[in-house]
Design a protein. Sequence first.
Length: 186
Amino acid sequence: MKYAVIDVETTGLNPNIHEIIEVAIVTKNESYHAKVIPMNIEYADSKALEINGYNEKDWYGAVPAKDVAIRTAKMLDGKIIIGHNPSFDMSFLRELWDLYNCNPYVDRRYIDTVVLAREHLPSCRSYALDHIRSYLGWSLVANHTAYNDAQDTERLFHLLWRCALWRRWYFAIRARFAAWLGRRLS
């Protein structure tokens, strides 16, 4: 399966007003990570900037948004998107692509690790990535950085996908056993 795990950090929650300030994409063959030069930092939500750790010093040498739009469009073209609430990330990427006339083919059906976590980690108290990290005993160092979040999302996807495979295997065997037992009893 050709997939790409994505994560973006933004200046707020509204893709029509706020913008991407960091992006990460992890695929089977390559990874991409960039801090993005904010064009309208005056519209940023101060809480979002605090959570994402934005400061001008750490963003020195950041990449122009146009370069990020072109690179992400090329990397995600034709891929299945995996993310932790990928609809949020993709809404920002689609806004960026529209701004620079990038038109990759990306299906609007995504694989969401939040949904997988709800199914396979029912005793987790919250499905925010930080809570899942704590629940699984993973490090919280460098959380809310796009690259670390994308890597942990990929790790979570593979962990939960294996759980799903085992669960499907169990139910398939159980159904076959029940059918065999039914034939034996009749």
